[in-house]
Design a protein around this ligand. Structure first.
Ligand SMILES: Nc1ncnc2c1ncn2[C@@H]1O[C@H](COP(=O)(O)OP(=O)(O)OP(=O)(O)O)[C@@H](O)[C@H]1O
Length: 264
């Protein structure tokens, strides 16, 4: 199988997003016991590339996601977005979490348009952009509905539409389909790939589901734990749409599972 440890040789300044020697130590409670959650994590994601991050429980996926999103400070290293160091949350990144984080008092259109209110678009431009995003995720007829009346899959489509509305250069997703049933999950994966193909966004997607990573990614960053670090980067050299029944698909799933289970 081709593609293990493959990937771009982009310099941090050339990449859409680059993690450059990122480390994180959580302080202990005073009696020592600090946790080295991440150690010297470096990889780049090229413009328009879809990269998934997988690894065993506790390898620091969420910590890395939060650092990339500017929500947590790294102890060492830095994250560059389009060559500029990330020092806090920015509208250049669209962020989607497992929990939908929708505003219950706003309609679907209100949620999707939320970030646009602080942009320099006119009200008419904002409305047109909301309509475009609702069309993109197939929720036009639900524009006036409230989140409580939506299924989990629909809520996550709203969250994705909201994150894309401000036209970020990077989409960051942390286990976005972790709370929906298996069938909805596969549908959302197909839809996300369609959105990715039509928008050309750069995507960094965290998941613990290896089949999901093999379905979606151009490359899979496989992490190891204690301390969290990059074990290998696997190029997924399979045409899309990928079929779970295919031998090549199963081979990649097996290879990535083996890497995750390989111990320290
Ligand atoms: N706020 C915190 N304070 C102290 N330690 C933390 C904190 N957050 C995470 N950790 C520790 O850092 C390590 C990495 O945790 P993190 O949640 O980032 O991993 P993960 O790969 O996302 O795990 P999982 O897949 O189980 O969600 C773990 O050992 C965890 O206990």
């Amino acid at each position: 199988m081709a593609g293990v440890n493959g990937g771009s040789s982009l310099t941090p300044a050339e990449a859409s997003v680059a993690l450059d020697g990122v480390g994180k130590t959580y302080p202990g409670d005073g009696d020592g016991g600090s946790v080295r959650a991440l150690d010297d994590v470096s990889f780049s994601v090229a413009d328009g590339e879809f990269v998934c991050l997988v690894g065993p429980s506790g390898c620091g996926k969420t910590t890395l996601f939060r650092i990339a999103a500017g929500l947590t400070d790294a102890t060492d290293g830095r994250v560059l977005l389009d060559g500029t160091e990330v020092t806090g949350p920015t509208t250049d990144m669209g962020v989607v979490f497992q929990e939908y984080h929708l505003f219950p008092w706003l309609t679907v259109a209100g949620n999707v348009g939320f970030g646009l209110e602080r942009s320099d678009r006119s009200p008419a431009e904002q409305e047109a952009r909301v309509d475009e995003m609702l069309d993109l995720v197939g929720l036009t007829e639900f524009r006036d509905a409230y989140p409580k009346s939506l299924s989990g899959g629909m809520k996550q489509r709203v969250a994705i539409a909201r994150s894309l509305a401000v036209d970020p250069s990077l989409l960051l997703l942390d286990e976005p389909f972790g709370a929906v049933d298996a069938q909805t999950r596969e549908m959302l994966q197909r839809e996300l790939l369609d959105v990715w193909a039509s928008t050309g966004k750069t995507v960094l997607f965290v998941t613990h589901d290896v089949a999901e990573a093999v379905t979606l990614a151009d490359r899979i960053v496989v992490m190891a734990a204690d301390p969290g670090r990059v074990r290998e980067i696997v190029d997924v050299d399979v045409e899309r749409p990928r079929e779970r029944g295919d031998a090549a698909f199963a081979e990649y799933v097996g290879r990535v599972r083996e890497l995750i289970g390989a111990g320290p």
